[in-house]
Design a protein around this ligand. Structure first.
Ligand code: MLT
Length: 308
């Protein structure tokens, strides 16, 4: 009987699926944070199911003498050393669709929050200040939303933005003209997007091509009224340069769920008045976590039991 270790906080639904499929499962949701302990026991398992806390590094993979599959309940596999896994013949799988709606909804929530300064107004009102004239927001209706990355999550954001009556333009080298028409966006180059957008939201993985896509140089091309949302990956934006632009009024606001270094206990963006921050909550809904747990457990079971 194959043996699977779940080393992050996956929904219980995953445990049940493995058991129902006849797979022995060890549910240790805090183990991902204990590198030494994890390295000690990883050799006993055929499968490893994780979220983002477990780092499947080359060192860990070296110790994984029986491991056949690593399943990431989520989209990004940046916490898995894929070349090291491939070298050992270990399959790495993710769940590209399970949390897309939830992540898109978080991006829209962040966009609305930064447009109306909801977090600051909330804190001020809780403090009994009633600062009615302090919080002057902007409407989103009729504004231009620039979407960087019009794939799975980006296209859901585009759909929701149409519901908010925004004009949507997209930069995505992989977006065909046919698909752009189908999802109702104007396909533009990056400089056009930077120069025209009132809001920008990013929905791309962090790769050599996308790292620092909002670099200091590109931030200088933005309208001073722009508000930037990042619920994709830290490292897409030069946080230092953005903080300076915010302080100098060259950018109006930012809403970030992801940071160059995570867990982020400090960032140049923290404590700026026009910045909304959340701790990588893009996939954090009960629905999304249930979806990704079910999907990863099914996929891993299929692979371990049938090799497919
Ligand atoms: C993902 O890659 O699925 C999301 O960023 C969510 C997460 O890492 O928890």
């Amino acid at each position: 009987m194959p043996k699977v270790l779940i080393s992050d906080a996956l929904s219980d639904a995953a445990v049940q699926i493995f058991r129902d499929r006849g797979i022995e499962v060890d549910f240790q949701p805090k183990l991902g944070k204990d590198k030494e302990k994890l390295a000690e026991i990883i050799g006993d398992y055929d499968g490893l199911a994780i979220r983002s806390a477990t780092k499947a590094t080359e060192k860990l993979i070296e110790r994984a003498t029986n491991l056949k599959v690593i399943g990431r309940a989520g989209i990004g596999v940046d916490n898995v050393d894929i070349p090291a896994a491939s070298k050992k013949g270990i399959i790495v799988m993710n769940t590209p669709f399970g949390n897309s709606i939830t992540t898109a909804e978080h991006a829209i929530s962040m966009l609305m929050s930064v447009a109306r300064q909801i977090p600051e107004a909330n804190a001020s009102t809780h403090a009994g200040k009633w600062e009615k004239s302090r919080f002057m927001g902007v409407e989103v209706t009729g504004k231009t939303l620039g979407v960087i990355g019009a794939g799975n999550i980006g296209s859901i954001v585009i759909d929701r933005a149409h519901g908010l009556k925004m004009k949507v333009i997209a930069y995505d080298p992989f977006l065909s003209e046919e698909r752009a028409t189908e999802i109702g966006v104007e396909k533009v180059d990056l400089d056009t997007l930077l120069g025209r957008s009132d809001f920008i939201t990013m929905h791309v993985p962090l790769t050599d091509q996308t790292r620092n896509i909002l670099s200091r140089e590109n931030i200088a091309k933005l309208k001073p009224s722009v508000r930037i949302v990042n619920c994709a990956r830290g490292g897409l934006v030069d946080e230092e340069a953005l903080a300076e632009a915010l302080q100098e009024g060259r950018v109006a606001g930012a809403a970030f769920d992801v940071f160059a270094v995570e867990p982020a206990t400090e960032s140049p963006l923290f404590n700026l008045p026009n910045v909304v921050v959340t701790p990588h909550l893009g996939a954090a809904t009960t629905e999304a976590q249930e979806n990704v747990a079910l999907q990863v457990a099914e996929q891993m079971s299929d692979y371990l039991l049938t090799g497919a």
